[in-house]
Design a protein around this ligand. Structure first.
Ligand code: PLP
Length: 438
């Protein structure tokens, strides 16, 4: 073996070993190297980036993340619910490497390559599992979630020839101007960017009555192109809506010829313990939007619709690198793992994690709710300050979580989380809730 080959093999072994390591805090994060590197990087980066923790990641494997000071964290957020198969899963890394050897880019809008059609066919087969009475699905591939939303909005307007859009307060749909016009989880995302798209109306999340109220008061349903909804509210608080919510939206959409759009950018691809969150209700949308977990962290998103609704014409939408071959290879490998048992595993471990959290947090008066589905779990606190302090203490103790909603913390670990790692997550989290001082 050449010296380069030997060092690559050693790095691979070390990475695999990282996945089996426990949480290890060598020096309270951020350590000296992280502080120095962050201080050097920040002046060159857009100040719009949030950086919720001073975490400088060196490498990551499975559910574990190592920073540049040698601290090892348990990742209970998976790069914002995206590293679904865990960090650097060997099958994903191999698929990426293999594809990168033969074709990295040619542009799916203008040319053909085998992966594009193959993943569209696969996604269509998966979408047929949502519920009955479905036709053939077609797919437009994007680079991101917000682009999938943009594509969905354009298709809905183009197909219905109607201008208005209904979304929900608390919803998050991305940050480009069209998607941002729907996003209503925090006003800071919108501040200073108006005017946004006109003709967007927000109803109360979880309430179909509130949509009917909009129809009665501010927009005639005949003017509405789409109702855009997250089947489980993500950034807005990890809230599972009442069981009649999605069926009633479906009925309203059917009655008025409106397209029902499920933004499954966060809930899709196994996150809720089923391939799509829509499967929990059996409600079939007219447009299905995916991104995040679809390619284990490679840039890929999808806007899907049944063939008879994908009526836009050649040239009406496209993307230069959306659906590039390398991302697709990662996507196909991700789907193979999901179908091979990862979805079912996520459902099982999700139940275990929620139960462990409920037990560990019982009697803690700072916590007002533990909720969720699959590995999409929200813990609500009495105040925003408490949520913030617990998230930060978790970080200092080696557990990475993210806040959501007004005063909640979300747990969205890689779907490969083991039951043992779920127990550790619950223990570290509950100890942080207990020990936090504000
Ligand atoms: N839609 C939902 C439901 C999301 O959660 C997100 C991102 O968090 C988006 C859209 C935007 O995705 P992206 O950040 O990939 O543009």
């Amino acid at each position: 073996m050449t010296p380069q080959g030997a060092s690559a093999a050693a790095a691979k072994l070390a990475l695999q070993a990282l996945a089996a390591q426990p949480i290890t805090i060598e020096t309270e994060p951020p350590g000296p190297r992280a502080r120095e590197m962050i201080a050097r990087a920040l002046p060159h980066m857009s100040p719009s980036l949030i950086h919720c923790y001073p975490l400088m990641v060196r490498r990551a494997s499975g559910c574990m993340v190592e920073d540049v000071d040698g601290n090892v964290f348990l990742d209970a957020e998976a790069g914002v619910a995206t590293a679904s198969t865990g960090h650097c899963h060997p099958a994903i890394a191999a698929a990426i490497a293999e594809q990168a050897e033969v074709l990295i880019h040619i542009c799916g809008t203008d040319f053909h390559y085998p992966g594009y059609g193959a993943i569209c066919e696969k996604l269509a087969q998966l979408a047929r599992g949502i519920g009955p009475n479905q036709h053939e699905w077609q797919t437009f591939l994007t680079n991101s979630g917000t682009e999938a939303v943009e594509a969905g909005l354009k298709l809905a307007r183009n197909h219905t020839h109607r201008p208005n859009l209904v979304a929900f307060r608390g919803g998050f749909h991305g940050r480009t101007l069209g998607a941002l016009s729907l996003t209503a989880s925090k006003s800071k995302y919108r501040k200073g960017f108006g005017p946004l798209l006109p003709n967007v109306y927000h109803a109360e999340y979880g309430s179909a009555d509130s949509v009917e109220e909009l129809f009665a008061t501010v927009t005639a349903p005949e003017d509405v192109a789409a109702i855009v909804v997250e089947p489980v509210l993500g950034e807005g608080g990890y809230i599972v809506p009442p069981p009649d919510f999605l069926p009633r939206l479906r009925a309203l959409a059917d009655r008025h010829g409106i397209m029902l759009v499920f933004d499954e950018v966060q809930t899709g691809m196994g996150r809720t313990g089923k391939m799509f969150a829509a499967e929990h209700s059996g409600v079939v949308p007219d447009i299905l939007l995916l991104a995040k977990g679809i390619a284990s962290g490679m840039p890929l998103g999808a806007m899907m619709a049944p063939r008879e609704k994908m009526t836009w014409q050649p040239g009406s939408h496209g993307s230069t690198i959306g659906g590039n071959p390398v991302s697709i290879a990662a996507g196909m490998a991700t789907i193979k793992l999901l179908e091979g048992g990862l979805c079912a595993h996520a459902a099982r471990v999700g139940v275990a994690l929620r139960a462990s959290l409920k037990t560990a947090l019982a009697g803690d008066t700072s916590v007002t709710d533990v909720r969720g589905v699959g590995l999409m779990i929200g813990v609500e606190f009495a105040t925003p300050e408490l949520a913030d302090a617990v998230a930060n203490l978790c970080f200092r103790r080696g557990l990475i979580v993210l806040e959501c909603g007004k005063k909640a913390i979300r747990l969205s670990p890689p779907l490969i989380l083991t039951e043992e790692q779920a127990r550790v997550t619950a223990d570290v989290f509950a100890a942080a809730c207990r020990d936090v001082r504000i």
